[in-house]
Ligand binder design. Sequence first.
Ligand code: NAP
Length: 478
Amino acid sequence: MSYKITLIPGDGIGPEVTVSACQIVNATGVKIDWEVCEAGAEVFKKGIATGVPQETMDSINRNKIALKGPLSTPVGFGEKSANVTLRKMFETYGNIRPVKEFPGVATPYSGRDIDLVIVRENVEDLYAGIEHMQTPGVAQCLKLISRKGCEKIVRLGFEFARSQNRKTIHCATKANIMKFSEGMLKRTFEDIAKEYPDIQANHIIVDNCAHQLVKKPEQFEVIVTTNMNGDILSDLSSALIGGLGFAPGANIGDNVCIFEAVHGSAPKYAGKNVINPMAVILSAIMMLRHLGEFKAALDIEHALYITCVVDKILTRDVVGDEKGAPTTLFTETVIKNLGKRYEGIQDRAYKPISISHTKIPTEPVHVKERFVEGVDIFFESTQPAKEFGKLMEVAASEASVKLKLITSRGMKIYPATEGIELDLTDHVCARFVSNEPLNEETIQKLIHAVSKKAAWTHIEKLHVFDGKAGYTKAHGEE
Ligand code: NAP
């Protein structure tokens, strides 16, 4: 059996760490034809805005599996992240990030048996990157979370737990504050948990999850979470086991899987032969298990244990600049140790992961009854709340609706509440409601009426689905 796999060396330290991983995988005897492809900084320089050329897309589409080095992203301006583009283009909706104590790598947590997996939603949430400047001084980022996306990631979490015989799973959300978006993941998790009675399902608020991860990380086995939460929790968790040098990852889609380390391109270490290649090697181990090459995966795992514990060949991130082994020596030692067994650790029983459930197309959410009972219209305005409120009262009466309130960043400012002190911006929202369901004609009339009074920036309909309000109340709203 031989495999064709797309290899993206990437930027910065990427070429060094991927060469190390490929040499080790090749030395196991698993036959892989690596198709080397470009993405990242050099591609941006050629003027390809996605950072991913068509040939690389074609290769991944053909091969379905890729091993990828880190790609640099300009910060705060310019192009979108090529990493995020790749995840989105192939709908790799699940990002699996194992965090496991590594023998021979001393940390303040050594001996606590940390062995958890973060299953992070990978294509939705704030990382959709839908941002708009509402005014020159106020930015907005849309946090879109779908029931379908939640179902897929939750099922992946449970299936992953089963494939590794793990008995508990936590769902980490901020549903206490973001009741609709983060709450969607919580509700979906609680629904789907009923299908997995063999796994104990717990919900945890994400900030407490971060706290508990530092305090008692060994209590966690699998954590399923939204994109942004997962990004932060997984970096935090990797620090518990020795840092980003030990944090592998897999981007899982229905058709394509892309394996990559959690870390970035660490440009200051590029070409210095000092970087720890372990995270990409561990990602390659995940890839081998995904291919069903369980023996080769175990061989590499044991060769890594012997290299770190017996030979004490460790890179500078673990033992400091003076004693750190070069990346190439680390790689050669792992290859030399292939076939040896390290007795100090109990191997986990791995089964192929069953993601057939996640392939079942989930139905759109149907409701029996729906209507629009109002609209929120956002404005650029620096007028005092009282004056602005009066203008909106007039607009509301022109459209035969009622002005319920005006808010600034979610807090009621009109009608005024005694004793509150707010530092206002140039961005306000007027909530208009009606006793009758609002039709398009009334909404158009209202937009026309408010446009004469102030500059509106966007509008949201206040839906009611099956009798439940599909929007949150403002702070201070009755
Ligand atoms: P980074 O490249 O992950 O590096 C941050 C720090 O983590 C490094 O300075 C180093 O710490 C440590 N580190 C990273 N990789 C390591 C390894 N293999 N072995 C040992 N230590 C390692 O993060 P960044 O500096 O924030 O980002 C640099 C670029 O990478 C950015 O352009 C960013 O967008 C990109 N990035 C890409 C990906 C990806 O491709 N998936 C992920 C994250 C970031 P010390 O300084 O303490 O030695």
